[in-house]
Design a binder for this molecule. Structure first.
Ligand code: URA
Length: 231
């Protein structure tokens, strides 16, 4: 890896700032000053900045309990971005693994690990997503059967994968799906002639929202949670 890139990954410095401190002679590679920004460092080399040893920061994995009225985008648009809720450095390197609509609340995963994000979102991995759904009209037995068989959405070539339905009360259900098409849950109920009034994501695979994490709050995932997304 290039020296300036390594410094960015090991500190909060930008690429430009990294180049500057390299030029200032503040970086040593194995005890010798290194002023070449594109120098290719080896894993065994000890890199120091003002005599402090640098180690590469690992990837970041974040769980946010998304409130209504925020958008899953890196920039503010008509509504504020969810990144306004996360006060950490280098937010521009993070992205959202499975977006929620502005009016949907709940579990949102954020990371800078592209491969991990792909595992969460790729239809091939069939990650389980569990939603609490509040409906306009009572759910019918026929609707439960259709959801369980795999419902056909408008303008989709194939029906959805079979979904699991747990009825809490006639207008309040837990729906588990194994893919993540655009507006999928709302479209599934629209195809059944019903309307989703409120939607809250509670779980993705084994990663669950904690009871004590209020809307708008976030935490880092544990290693066990990160590793649980392994298909
Ligand atoms: N399905 C939807 O319709 N909206 C979401 O935000 C998530 C799943």
């Amino acid at each position: 890896m290039r020296l300036d890139k390594f410094i960015c990954g090991a500190t909060t410095l930008t690429r430009r700032q990294a180049k500057k401190i390299i030029a200032q002679g503040r970086i040593n590679c194995d005890s010798s000053v290194m002023r070449q920004t594109d120098y290719k460092i080896k894993e065994t080399q000890v890199i120091t900045f003002d005599d402090k040893i640098l180690t590469m920061r690992g990837s970041r994995y974040i769980l946010l309990n998304k409130p209504r009225g925020y958008i899953c985008s890196n920039i503010d648009e008509q509504l504020p971005s969810i990144f306004n809720l996360i006060d950490i450095e280098k937010k521009e390197q993070l992205f959202i693994a499975g977006r929620l609509d502005a009016d949907t609340t709940g579990l949102t995963l954020i990371t800078d690990d592209g491969q991990w994000s792909h595992k969460v979102t790729s239809p091939r991995n069939k990650c389980k997503k569990c939603y609490r759904v509040e409906l306009d009209a009572p759910i019918t037995l026929n609707a439960i059967k259709k959801l369980g068989d795999g419902i056909q959405l408008k303008s989709e070539p194939k029906p959805c994968l079979p979904a699991d339905v747990e009825v809490i009360s006639e207008k309040d259900i837990l729906l588990t799906i194994f893919e993540g098409k655009y507006h999928q849950v709302k479209r599934m109920f629209a195809a059944l002639g019903n309307i989703v009034i409120a939607l809250h994501r509670e779980q993705i695979d084994d990663i669950k929202l904690d009871d004590n994490l209020d809307l708008g709050q976030w935490r880092y995932l544990s290693k066990k949670e990160v590793d649980s997304i392994d298909h």
